[in-house]
Design a protein. Structure first.
Length: 387
């Protein structure tokens, strides 16, 4: 049963509601074991990743027209074909492998490998770090069906190797990492957590403590201001830095530098939920049936990387990055007078680079170790100085 304020959303099926009910029960049990309260970060982690029940670990389709949202690779092949130019530059500089973090449906891997084959610049291995068994099988089926000649180059990982050299790609990975919610009140900085009563979740604030309180206090939040803090994403970047011996990390996601993220006008934060191509801001319902995301604080990501020994190699909006990588030239390979082929590609390009769609909100940050050549995607419009 949908809450009244979300009655405009498509109603879940009986099976979906039963699935959600099992996850609600699991989370409610953890809340009870925690004394009646858990942090929102823990709630978000369980809602998305609880084994067999969380949004990303269960079997429901998430991507594309039949799912809840569409990512750049799901919109068509133009994104992967263009990104391949940046990948090829790094491979030709002596980096042997590509590693994709959370490969979704597998379409980006397919498009990159097909284009790299055409460019005669295949990686030694295409590694996919995937925690969802269901998505792993979809990826394997797609790649074996459409690129059988390259199947031997693709391998799946359950964890980062102890040490590796690679070009690491993470497209819309950081936004789904659990975030803590804090709010400024007359009593100081409080952390928003979750309580449960009769299978219904509700917000509950407690005084923030420790590192969370210290980080939030430095932001100078005005009373009533609510926002997210991202220790999990920062920790992930630090972990990547620990394992990366040589290579480049490309992270593509929606977000802002800190001065925009914590702007006074963004007083309600950036938390957003996606369900059947509808967006709303209530993460405490449809548990396990909807995606929960927050925009990325790219300043914090850059700081975590540099503090961990990585070099900040570039930062740009997606439009500038793709233009630098030759999206217009890739589009021009299809004759404009072949309208049946050209118009869908032109629509993809519009979606990817238009400021009103993905072009401005999505950013690309490049981090590296022992890699010196300037990166193609940041040849112009590099905004590292804004982080």
């Amino acid at each position: 049963m949908l809450p009244a304020h979300l009655s405009h959303l498509p109603a879940p099926s009986a099976d979906a509601l039963a699935h959600s009910g099992r996850l609600v029960g699991l989370i409610a049990d953890e809340i009870a074991a925690g004394g009646g309260w858990i942090s929102f970060a823990r709630y978000m982690d369980l809602a998305l990743h609880a084994p067999g029940l969380g949004y990303y670990s269960a079997g429901a389709r998430k991507l594309g027209a039949a799912g809840d949202f569409i990512t750049a690779p799901e919109s068509g092949r133009l994104f992967g074909q263009t990104l391949a130019r940046q990948v090829a530059q790094v491979l030709r500089a002596g980096i042997p492998d590509v590693m994709e973090l959370g490969a979704g449906s597998g379409r980006l891997a397919r498009d990159l490998l097909a284009e790299l084959l055409a460019l005669d610049c295949l990686p030694q291995r295409y590694l996919i770090l995937e925690t969802s068994a269901e998505l792993k099988e979809r990826q394997r089926a797609l790649l074996h069906r459409e690129l059988p000649q390259l199947a031997s180059r693709v391998a799946w990982l359950d964890a980062l190797p102890a040490a590796f050299s690679a070009l690491v790609i993470g497209n819309e990975v950081l936004d789904a990492m659990p975030v803590h919610l804090v709010t400024a009140s007359d009593h100081g900085i409080e952390e928003l957590g979750v309580t449960a009563t009769a299978g219904t979740f509700a917000w509950s604030a407690r005084p923030a403590t420790g590192t969370l309180r210290a980080i939030a206090s430095e932001l100078g939040l005005a009373p009533g201001y609510t926002t997210e803090i991202h220790p999990a994403a920062d920790a992930f970047v630090r972990t990547l830095a620990t394992h990366l011996e040589r290579g480049v990390v490309l992270l593509i996601d929606y977000g802002f530098p800190a001065h925009e993220y914590y702007h006074p006008q963004r007083a309600s934060g950036t938390l957003m939920c996606h369900y059947r191509h509808h967006s709303h801001a209530d993460p405490l319902c449809l548990t396990g049936l909807q995606d929960i995301t927050a925009h990325v604080d790219f300043s914090s990501i850059a700081n975590a990387a540099v503090e961990s020994g990585l070099e900040l190699l570039g930062y740009a909006n997606q439009a500038q990055f793709l233009i630098n990588c030759g999206i217009t030239e890739t589009l021009a390979r299809t004759p404009a007078d072949d309208t049946a082929a050209y118009l869908p590609l032109a629509a993809q390009a519009q979606r990817l680079v238009s400021p009103a769609e993905m072009g401005e909100l999505f950013k690309v940050i490049a981090l590296g170790r022992n890699f010196s050549p300037p990166l193609l995607g940041f040849a112009s419009g590099d905004k590292r100085h804004t982080l």
